[in-house]
Design a protein around this ligand. Sequence first.
Ligand SMILES: [Zn+2]
Length: 322
Amino acid sequence: MIRTLIWLLIWALATQGLIDYRDYHDEFLPRFLSLENASDDNLLLPFNTTRTPGSKESLEIQKLIKNFYDGLESPWELEEDSFENKGLNFNNLVYTLGANSSSYVVLSAHYDSKVEPEGFIGATDSAASCAILLYVSRFLDAFYQNGNSSLSDEKNGDVGFKIVFFDGEESLKQWTAEDSLYGSRHLASKWIEQGLIDKIHLFVLLDLLGSNPAPIRSYFRETHEAYERLASLESTLFKSPPQLDPMDHSILQLNGPSIDDDHIPFYRAGVPVLHLIPWPFPSFWHTLQDDFNHLQQNEIDKWAVLLSEFLVEESSGFADRL
Ligand SMILES: [Zn+2]
């Protein structure tokens, strides 16, 4: 109880400074994440295409992501993790803010789409999440450029961010351990080899977000406290019924991964994972109906705002909890 009160106090003080960001989101959400306004700034609508590994469309999406980061102010460092598997070229894109940090928060989603059914878009799987990753990156960029805090600031705990766009999450034919998670398996083994894996104190994976608001459960005991902090931010920032419920331990008590997704290779390597995916999945999951008509503007905006502010809180809060 006392712990909760202390946390609420810290949190209340921290959010004082966040009120200004309302203006930021009011200005930039309609420019970057609109489902209707197809301006040059729009980060969401370009994902309304098939994005199968190695395809022309996939390369165009990679170019869009690279152009976006090139246009940011902060020194975002690109790590391209390219490899070949089953005759296809896969490419994970990792953008780091705060190179040489002693600890990282990872925010990730997959940009590839399923090969079948033909023409599958995957608006929630995971086009919307990728656009949200871009939005959050721009928010972090503005946050640190505006002198709110410096990434190398001692009191900030020397925390950096890694934004990961995974390729090849989907199976090419039928889901098996060998035919799925191509990108995340490759990147996790690379980071294990480099010793980077131990520097990740929180790995957040977005998937199937952006349509009807559905319950997002707490899946792992190791990150239940982070889940609670996100839930508390959700109920403070939004009037709509919450999607996160810290009292719902229905999946938590299984005490192990129950959904196959890009977090698995990292989870197995001991990384604390916060998996933001609705359960049950949307009814149109892995069908042609997972298209942009099934996205909801409110839902996309909500996750963009929530994760922007959560990451800022998480990076500074991490130092306080040491
Ligand atoms: Zn999928």
